[in-house]
Design a binder for this molecule. Structure first.
Ligand SMILES: [Zn+2]
Length: 63
């Protein structure tokens, strides 16, 4: 299992990203639940899960 941290470039929310090498993989895309920026487009070769770990600032949401 691979772990990494991802920060949304739009609102600054932080996410823990988990990747598992087993099928069927995740397809489609993951969008930030706060601002709906696309954070990743999945290629279907791994199972990927995101979990928000850092809430964005209020100012970030309004911008
Ligand atoms: Zn965002």
């Amino acid at each position: 299992m691979k772990k990494s941290d991802v920060t949304c470039p739009e609102c600054g929310a932080g996410f823990r990203r988990l990747e598992l090498q087993l099928g069927p993989g995740t397809t489609g895309e993951y969008r930030c639940p706060v601002c709906h920026e696309v954070l990743e487009e999945f290629e279907g070769n791994a199972l990927v899960a995101y979990r928000m770990t850092i809430q964005p600032s209020i100012k970030g949401i309004r911008d």
